[in-house]
Design a protein around this ligand. Structure first.
Ligand code: IPE
Ligand code: IPE
Ligand code: MG
Length: 251
């Protein structure tokens, strides 16, 4: 299925965002504030993921995309990186059956070649098991970077084309790693920073941005509802004027 690009046509939008993308930030500070090791924040962060996945199912959201580990996060101390990898493995072990039972399709997006082969295998199995589920699609961005995504799409496009002609947005976007999803309607970053940190650079072109000071482990269904309420108060114009959006011939 291909989705309308927000820069090519005006996408249909509703009160409930179809696609919510979240930078889950603030685990470390959540823990430090409590005089706990950073790892405790990451453990709590996994619990918060479970709550938000359930909340998205309940609210009829179709796509939830979570930034779990960026291509730059390898720069962290080795013990934190290896703990995050172990947490990822244990979350897959614990959560995939439950997701499958709830008709959730799981995708893991990013350069997976850098993960150890056991983790890669687990990801493959989890994706295959849930591939035909028709409820919420949960995408976990792991070793993901927005620039990596664009470059890998360009490389795939190059390999398939033998002309040097100009390329269109559609030519390229079909190779982006989340081509199966519409562009995010609502982008949320927890933890107080107001930056994209190399998340979905292409796909966020017309997303509504919502930043909150709340640390990710504290981000619950009620906090999600506040973000959705903020989203609902926005006027998405996609380049048009406010009068066009409001008027009868607005499309
Ligand atoms: C987000 O929380 C989780 C990952 C990046 C893996 P952080 O670990 O970045 O938490 P802070 O920003 O240090 O508080
Ligand atoms: C962004 O958080 C990546 C994830 C949440 C996985 P960071 O905490 O790594 O972002 P920066 O480095 O502060 O921008
Ligand atoms: Mg952070």
């Amino acid at each position: 299925m291909t989705h309308i690009s927000s820069t090519k046509a005006v996408p249909s939008t509703g009160a409930i965002p179809k696609h919510v993308a979240i930078i889950m930030d603030g685990n470390g500070r959540w823990a430090t504030k409590r005089f706990l090791p950073r790892v405790a924040g990451h453990v709590k962060g996994v619990e918060a993921v479970r709550g938000i996945v359930e909340a998205c199912v309940d609210r009829g959201i179709s796509f939830l995309t979570l930034f779990a580990f960026s291509s730059e996060n390898w720069r962290r101390p080795a013990d934190e990186v290896s703990l995050l990898m172990r947490l990822f493995v244990s979350a897959l072990e614990k959560e995939v059956a439950r997701m499958h039972a709830n008709n959730i399709r799981l995708k893991v997006v990013g350069d997976l070649s850098r993960f150890d082969s056991q983790l890669q295998k687990m990801i493959q199995i989890a994706e295959a098991k849930t591939a035909n589920n028709t409820g919420l699609t949960v995408s976990i961005c792991a070793n993901y970077g927005g620039r990596w995504d664009i470059i890998q799409a360009v490389n795939q496009l190059n390999a398939k084309r033998n002309t040097n002609g100009e390329i269109s947005e559609d030519d390229l976007s079909q190779y982006l790693s989340m081509a199966y999803a519409p562009e995010p309607d609502l982008f949320i970053r927890t933890g107080g920073e107001t930056r994209i940190s190399n998340f979905l650079l292409w796909q966020l072109a017309y997303s509504e941005f919502y930043f909150t000071e709340t640390f990710w482990p504290d981000f619950d269904a009620a906090a999600l509802d506040v973000a959705i309420q903020s989203y609902q108060a926005r006027e998405r114009r996609f380049g048009r004027t406010s009068a066009q959006v409001a008027g009868p011939s607005s499309q």
